[in-house]
Design a protein around this ligand. Structure first.
Ligand code: PXG
Length: 460
């Protein structure tokens, strides 16, 4: 198959140059060099093409970010127009510009009314870096400088820079020189793995109460905020039991600890609501955003602040000693604006809520509800996870579940499908523009990959 716009080097040439110059993300570089990375050259809608002309259905929206799908000409035009008009200016030196102002106008029209201000960044990691400093600054201004400890969760993910790694709970990342003082963790609400004999509701409350215990242990006067993803993404697309978030919110309010939601994956329509905390029904004080803000067309992130925090920073804070060269970059802002307008005006987010989300969830439960390899199905909107289990009734997981899920993911590629594996879970999060036909293809190809994996295990 000929692929239009295919660059004219051979795949092995790209691979050799790649091996000569790159350290890739989260991989044993020596092993990857031996295998050779896939060379992606083109994207259109939900599909990707590699340099050898193979087509893939991207069931992961790139890295949970291409909410609008690939190849949108309107986003290209928005970037190009902005580059011609004002390719760069900054928000230092008492300056602003229309692109970032208009982005905020639209963003805050979509957010619940108690949010008022944003600090823009280039990525989700940076949003969480800024979060720590901003939250600490808030308490300093209020005369409580000792309130500086952040509490996160084990197996949470908040980015790969130093402070965002420390906020996250990936121990193998901490081990690579990644922990910081004044950051603590509590357990994740992963009922399937850790719930034991408790019902999901009991377990959800138990996990939330760990926050209260941790706050009491540290002293509420020392705790600045609690950060968590509304549902865990990189940690395995884990949905907390329904009892979890109301209890977390109660505890944060009771001890005057800021509730910080990391919406980098959950934001911009993934669950069918604009933001995942709206799906779970709680009200965070801050939101970290990135990914779906621009559908991955250009890097941009940000920290959204509630009016409660912003008023203190603005009215009483004096100089805010923070700034990034590219905060509110005009081209990124113009693309973000075009992106969120398209998600809104084309009814894409509402379609995920009313139609495509329920359809995907229903299909997955119908196809995998009785599958010998699948013990549980979680998800809402256009995000879902299949939990592999050796014994469903006791929720026993395979000892080598990561290898099994990785194998399933590899078979997926052979079937022309990109889905992710994390521990013993297969994760999908297709672009929000997916229609029924593409969701059918996603489920069908996932079934083939899971069936072939089950056959190799002798279960089918
Ligand atoms: N918060 C959350 C919840 C994320 O998922 C970040 C912050 C950091 O964003 P940046 O833009 O700095 O990468 C993320 C990133 C995975 C995976 O394996 C997920 C992410 C990154 C890499 C891998 O699912 N999310």
């Amino acid at each position: 198959m000929t692929v239009p716009n295919t660059p004219n080097r051979q795949t092995q040439d790209y691979q050799a140059l790649d091996a000569a110059h790159h350290i890739h993300a989260f991989v044993d570089q020596k092993e990857l060099n031996a295998e050779g990375p896939r060379v992606m050259v083109r994207g259109e809608g939900l599909y990707l093409w590699d340099n050898d002309g193979n087509r893939y259905l991207d069931g992961m929206s790139g890295l949970w970010c291409t909410n609008l799908g690939y190849g949108r000409k309107d986003l290209v035009a928005a970037a190009s127009k902005q580059m011609e008009q004002l390719s760069y200016y900054n928000m230092f030196f008492h300056t602003t510009h229309p692109a970032v102002v208009e982005l905020s106008e639209t963003l805050f029209s979509l957010l619940p009314a108690h949010y008022s201000h944003a600090i823009y960044t280039n990525s989700g990691s940076e949003a969480n870096e800024v979060l720590i400093r901003t939250v600490r600054r808030y308490w300093q201004i209020l005369g409580k400088p000792q309130k500086k400890v952040m509490i996160g969760r084990w197996n949470g993910y908040h980015g790969s820079t130093l402070a965002s790694t420390a906020l996250g709970g990936m121990k193998f990342m901490h081990e690579m020189g990644g922990m910081l003082p004044d950051i603590e963790h509590i357990d994740e609400p992963y009922w399937y793995a850790n719930g034991g004999e408790l019902t999901p509701a009991e377990f959800g409350r138990r996990c939330a109460l760990q926050l209260e215990e941790k706050i009491l242990e540290l002293g509420a006067d020392n705790v600045a905020g609690f950060i968590a993803e509304p549902f865990q993404g990189a940690g395995g697309m884990i949905f907390p039991p329904e009892s979890y978030w109301p209890e977390i919110q109660r505890i944060c309010r009771q001890y005057d600890v800021l509730l910080c939601a990391d919406e980098v994956i959950g934001g911009f329509g993934r669950t069918g609501e604009w933001f995942a905390h709206e799906h779970f029904g709680f009200q965070p004080d801050t939101l970290s955003i990135a990914k779906g803000l621009t559908s991955g067309y250009i890097p941009m992130g940000g920290l959204v602040l509630s009016k409660r925090i912003a008023d203190v920073l603005v009215e009483q804070g004096g100089v805010f000693a923070h700034g990034l060269t590219y905060s509110g970059h005009p081209v990124a802002a113009a693309v973000a604006l075009a992106n969120i307008k398209a998600l809104r005006d084309e009814g894409i987010v509402s379609q995920v809520k009313a139609e495509t989300g329920p359809y995907l969830q229903e299909c997955l439960r119908e196809v995998f509800g009785n599958h010998p390899l699948v013990g549980d199905i979680q998800g809402t909107g256009l995000v879902a996870a299949l939990q592999f289990a050796e014994d469903k009734s006791s929720r026993k997981r395979f000892a080598n579940e990561s290898d099994i899920a990785w194998r399933c993911r590899t078979i997926g590629f052979e079937e022309g499908l990109i889905i992710r594996s994390t521990q013993g879970r297969m994760i999908m999060a297709p672009a929000l523009v997916a229609g029924r036909t593409q969701l059918d293809e996603l489920v069908e190809k996932t079934k083939r990959a899971v069936d072939r994996t089950a056959m190799e295990l002798g279960l089918l």
